[in-house]
Design a protein around this ligand. Structure first.
Ligand SMILES: [Zn+2]
Ligand SMILES: [Zn+2]
Length: 157
C-alpha cells in the first residue's frame, strides 16, 4: 500500500463525492452539492437547480428577488425531497454540504431528523448556526486533507 495515498476518512470520502455532485448545479451563482448518509451508506444526493421539468438558470438566466436567485431549490432541499420521493427516512443521518446551510435549509434539516451537518465553505448565516445548535444538530466544518502528511482524523462514525 502506498504510504502517500492513505485511504480517505469517511468524511473525506463523502465530501469528495459531494463536490462531484455540486458540479451538476445549474445556477452559477453558487455550485452547491449535498449528500445524505446514514450508516456509511449514501441515501440521496442533491444540487441546487430549478424544479424538475422547469428551465434552468443556465438556460434562461437567474430569477433574482432581493439579491438572491429564487429559481432554484437548494442542494440540501433537493436531497431531502429526493428522500421523500423515494420513501427513505433521513432520521439520524448526516448531511454533507459543500457550503454551510442557509436558515431555510437548516430548518428543513432539523425537521428531517438529520443529526449532523458537515460543510466545507462558509456562508454568513448566524441564525442557521443558532437554529441547528439549539435543535441539537451537530455542525462540523470540514477542510480538505493535506495529502503530504498522513493524518489520523477519523470521525467517530
Ligand atoms: Zn440562478
Ligand atoms: Zn439553503
Amino acid at each position: 500500500m502506498d504510504a502517500h495515498s492513505p485511504r480517505p476518512s469517511w468524511d473525506d470520502y463523502f465530501m469528495g463525492i459531494t463536490f462531484q455532485v455540486a458540479l451538476r448545479s445549474t445556477c452559477d451563482r453558487a455550485h452547491v452539492g449535498s449528500t445524505i448518509v446514514r450508516d456509511r451508506r449514501i441515501l440521496t444526493t442533491g444540487y441546487n437547480g430549478a424544479p424538475a421539468g422547469l428551465p434552468h438558470c443556465d438556460e434562461i438566466g437567474h430569477l433574482m428577488i432581493g439579491g438572491h436567485c429564487v429559481r432554484t431549490l437548494h442542494a440540501e432541499q433537493n436531497a431531502i425531497i429526493q428522500a421523500a420521493l423515494h420513501g427513505v427516512s433521513a432520521a439520524g443521518a448526516t448531511i454533507y454540504v459543500t457550503h454551510q446551510p442557509c436558515l431555510t435549509c437548516a430548518k428543513m434539516i432539523i425537521n428531517a431528523g438529520i443529526k449532523r451537518v458537515v460543510y466545507a465553505g462558509h456562508y454568513p448565516d448566524e441564525n442557521a448556526v443558532a437554529f441547528l445548535r439549539d435543535a441539537g444538530v451537530e455542525l462540523q466544518h470540514w477542510s480538505a486533507p493535506i495529502h503530504d502528511e498522513v493524518t489520523d482524523n477519523e470521525s467517530p462514525n
